[in-house]
Design a protein around this ligand. Structure first.
Ligand code: FCX
Length: 435
């Protein structure tokens, strides 16, 4: 059977031909209108990007190549004896647009194992930072240090032809994904476990090995990592980390530069950093109240206090979603199955009962329901991963799967430099005078 790279090229050539035909016949078709409010308010609702790997529905949540999270949990190959999908399978699905076989997934695991060597200077770059640097800062620096390995940058400097860009981006993306768990685990063990590093286990799958290198041998924790790495991977193209990776790639920056840029966006508290903010907020609430399991009335009062201080309730709301995030629901189902009596997890569920009506009553929040970040921390704490400043790195390792699969598509489809038009308020006023 042809390998992943050849199959990707074949698929992408087919789609590129389709796009050519579509644009030839329908290139001038109007697909929407833009209002002044939209350009001042984060471009919400403006369709301005093509991202092949996943599509977000405001009501239903994310679908990866047409498959919902529960469908993926059913259809994607699992580890031996496991019930959660292997993220290798999701990557195959996002990249090739078809469900993988067990053999496809084993091939990707083996491929990533072969590519997983991290050069020593990357560890030295991490070591050069103060230990108390935020893990996301260390992660981004490490990705930048890895950039010496970029095949795209090397080949471009030697005069690579445009038709070959996709291949160098594919190789860099696969290398990067293969190396990220080692880099992330190194940052974790350096900062929190007295630099007691753990060698990779070549017999494990990508996420299982990541759990092992972090220092967690519990098989249920490995299952959690497989689920976590699957559900955080992609959320169509307009979110900050995906859009940034794509935008920077449009300048032909190599995948290392692109991913580092995307990860800087993920490190913002309105995006990926929300997962640390949620657990911090819950722990502060418990400490302030002096109870392990706050009552509904206590949660209600704490939420109102947070709002009155002009802060957001972390883990709630979304720019696109208008219902409970299915990524939240998948984690809730995991909690019900494996740790229903955990007081922190129960608190997350009690918050889920309490917060939406309060947010709804404010009248301005478009989505009062929880997003992915509302649940993830409580599950991690249960297994001993209590260092919440590290949580966004976990999100980042997973997000690399989606944004790099998309970057392969961007170059294979020959997408050009991205350069939307901006205006000044002076110009807007001139437009209005002319009305
Ligand atoms: N708590 C308090 N206020 C909130 C809120 C929340 N959870 N969510 C939205 N609001 C407020 C906004 O701040 C805004 O107030 P303003 O008009 O006074 O400026 C108003 O409600 C309207 O915002 P809305 O249109 O509903 O939401 P946006 O699309 O602007 O923002 C995010 C979406 C996600 C940024 C927003 O809901 C938020 O800040 N949530 C908390 C942080 C969070 O959980 N982020 C993670 C999101 C995601 F899942 C991820 O990327 O990981």
């Amino acid at each position: 059977m042809a390998n992943t790279k050849e199959r990707f090229k074949e698929k992408a050539d087919g789609v590129a031909a389709e796009i050519k035909d579509i644009l030839k016949e329908h290139g001038s078709k109007k697909i929407g209108e833009v209002t002044l409010s939209q350009i001042y308010q984060g471009m919400r609702g403006i369709t301005g990007l093509v991202t092949e790997t996943s599509l977000l529905d405001a009501q239903e949540g994310i679908r990866f190549r047409g498959f919902s999270i529960p469908e993926l949990q059913q259809k994607l190959p699992k580890a031996n004896g496991g019930t959660e999908p292997l993220p290798e399978g999701l990557f195959h699905l996002m990249l090739l647009g078809e469900l993988p076989t067990e053999e496809d997934v084993h091939d990707i695991t083996a491929n990533w194992q072969r590519r997983s060597h991290v050069p020593n200077h990357v560890f030295a770059a991490i070591e050069a930072l103060p230990k108390d640097s935020h893990p996301m800062t260390q992660f981004v620096i490490a990705i930048m240090a890895l950039q010496t390995e970029s095949k795209f940058a090397d080949r471009y400097a030697k005069g690579m032809a445009k038709k070959d860009y996709w291949e160098a981006v594919f190789d860099d993306s696969m290398d990067l994904i293969a190396r990220l768990p080692r880099v992330a685990a190194y940052i974790y063990r350096r900062k929190y476990k007295d630099e007691d590093h753990i060698h990779p286990d070549g017999l494990l799958d990508w996420a299982g090995n990541f759990a092992h290198m972090l220092g967690y041998e519990d098989e249920t924790f490995r299952e959690l990592m497989r689920l976590y790495m699957t559900i955080h991977a992609d959320h169509e193209g307009g979110n900050v980390s995906a859009h940034t990776t794509h935008l920077v790639g449009s300048a032909l920056s190599d995948p290392y530069l692109c991913l580092a840029a995307g990860m800087n966006g993920l490190a913002g508290p309105l995006h990926g950093l929300a997962n640390q903010e949620v657990i911090k907020w819950i722990l502060e609430m418990r400490e302030e109240l002096g109870v392990e399991l706050p009552s509904s009335a206590q949660i209600d009062a704490y939420v109102r206090k947070t709002l009155s201080e002009g802060r957001v309730v972390p883990g709630y709301g979304h720019a696109v979603l208008r219902k409970t995030d299915p990524r939240f629901s998948a984690q809730m189902a995991f909690g019900k199955r494996h740790l229903p009596d955990d007081p922190l997890v129960q608190t997350v569920w009690n918050i889920y009962e309490t917060v939406p009506p309060i947010l709804q009553s404010l009248g301005k929040i478009k989505n009062p329901w929880p997003n992915v970040d509302a649940h993830s921390g409580a599950l991690l704490v249960h297994y001993g991963l209590v260092e919440y400043e590290f949580y966004t790195v976990l999100f980042g390792v997973s997000r690399a799967l989606g944004v790099l699969a998309s970057l392969c598509w961007d170059r294979a489809l020959g997408f050009p430099l991205e350069r939307p038009k901006s205006v000044t308020t002076e110009l807007v006023k001139d437009w209005l005078k002319g009305e």
